[in-house]
Design a protein around this ligand. Structure first.
Ligand SMILES: NC(=O)c1ccc[n+]([C@@H]2O[C@H](COP(=O)([O-])OP(=O)(O)OC[C@H]3O[C@@H](n4cnc5c(N)ncnc54)[C@H](OP(=O)(O)O)[C@@H]3O)[C@@H](O)[C@H]2O)c1
Length: 326
């Protein structure tokens, strides 16, 4: 399959479509300066990205909104050209908080709607304004998840025009089936955002999602920032992989470009994060070469089935998604 920059969108089951590459925007507050995120979004839009992945909990959604609005005002893009994905955090999964939380995101962005709104993790935490609710011993305070009730509240947001498409993130097969089999389901999840790259290729979840018209959006597609405060760094650095680097040499590309090309070539959306203008541009230059079938298979064989993002601090939550095989 050869993908060109001009048609780099894939259809969603609800009739909308998603650009196959987006800009990730998560950064630990200590490692980004004020304005880095806005600059990076502006460079991305100028480069040709039309998809931005963000979240209220990343604390930089206001910079994304500012950058998008600036590019619209400049006449560079129209609102309908941009695809923004926002995320519903774990402290807002109770149905009565869903719409006000989405409205908070829209207010921060200063936009009328988001293109995709996803349940960020299937685990509910104590509802309220404290995004990291913990008790006096530092233990996380959980809440009973009722993912179907959360989903119904999201469906109402779509019907009200606040969001174009609905999806999920970090859902395993059982949790996806819970929504897909919900009585009177009105809107299916169009996507599941999960970790996905050559060291964690997700063959089973990918197949299941393809069978149900659910697009996989690959987070940490380059193997994360390897920040040991939240990343399992026992798996070796993906960008240093020998095969990926030698394929890069063959095509006059970097290992990062080969890694991203691998996923988009098998229909997986990628959202690499960079706040470095040169790397933002580099990550988009993946439409002018194509990997052979054998190279795709060789890259698939790199799968180690080890996550960089394990979310182990929540492994005792009843809805922790990663105990299941997939
Ligand atoms: N739903 C979820 O639970 C979830 C979880 C994790 C991430 N996400 C989303 O997915 C996005 C991407 O994941 P991620 O941020 O974990 O990791 P990533 O995109 O795999 O990697 C980002 C790291 O790679 C560096 N980088 C970017 N382009 C590069 C290149 N061409 N060559 C070398 N290094 C490069 C970045 O540094 P520079 O910035 O300095 O370039 C940064 O340190 C996030 O930003 C977020 O939007 C979602």
């Amino acid at each position: 399959m050869y993908l060109s920059a001009a048609n780099h969108r894939i259809p969603l089951s609800d009739g909308n479509s998603i650009p196959i590459i987006g800009l990730g925007t998560y950064s630990q507050p200590k490692s980004a300066r004020k304005g880095d995120c806005a600059t990076s979004v502006k460079v991305a839009i100028d480069t040709g990205y039309r998809h931005i992945d963000g979240a209220y909990v990343y604390h930089n959604e206001h910079e994304i909104g500012e950058a998008i609005r600036e590019k619209i005002a400049e006449g560079k893009v129209r609102r309908e050209d941009i695809f923004y994905c926002g995320k519903l955090w774990a402290t807002s999964l109770v149905p009565e908080l869903v719409r006000p939380t989405l409205e908070k995101t829209l207010k921060v962005l200063q936009l009328d709607y988001v293109d995709l709104y996803i349940i960020e993790i299937p685990m509910a935490f104590k509802p309220g304004d404290d995004l990291n609710p913990r008790d006096e011993n530092g233990k996380w305070i959980y809440h009973k998840s009722d993912l179907c009730a959360t989903w119904e509240a999201l469906e109402a947001c779509k019907d009200a025009g606040l969001v174009k498409s609905l999806g999920v993130s970090n859902f395993n097969r059982r949790q996806l089936e819970l929504i897909l089999n919900k009585p009177e389901l009105k809107h299916k999840p169009v996507s599941n955002q999960v970790e996905c790259h050559p060291y964690f290729t997700q063959p089973k979840l990918l197949k299941f999602c393809q069978q149900h018209d659910i697009v996989i959006v690959a987070y940490s597609p380059l193997g994360t920032s390897r920040d040991p405060t939240w990343v399992n760094v026992s798996s070796p650095p993906l960008l240093k992989d020998e095969l990926l680097n030698s394929l890069g040499k063959k095509y006059c590309k970097t290992a990062a470009q080969v890694i991203l090309r691998f996923n988009i070539q098998r229909g997986v959306v990628v959202i690499p994060k960079s706040f470095n203008p040169e790397r933002v541009k580099e990550n988009f230059q993946i439409f002018d070469f194509s990997l052979t079938e054998k190279e795709m298979k060789d890259i698939e064989a790199l799968n180690k089935n080890i996550r960089f993002v394990e979310l182990l601090m929540w492994s005792d939550h009843p809805e922790y998604p990663f105990h299941d095989e997939y």
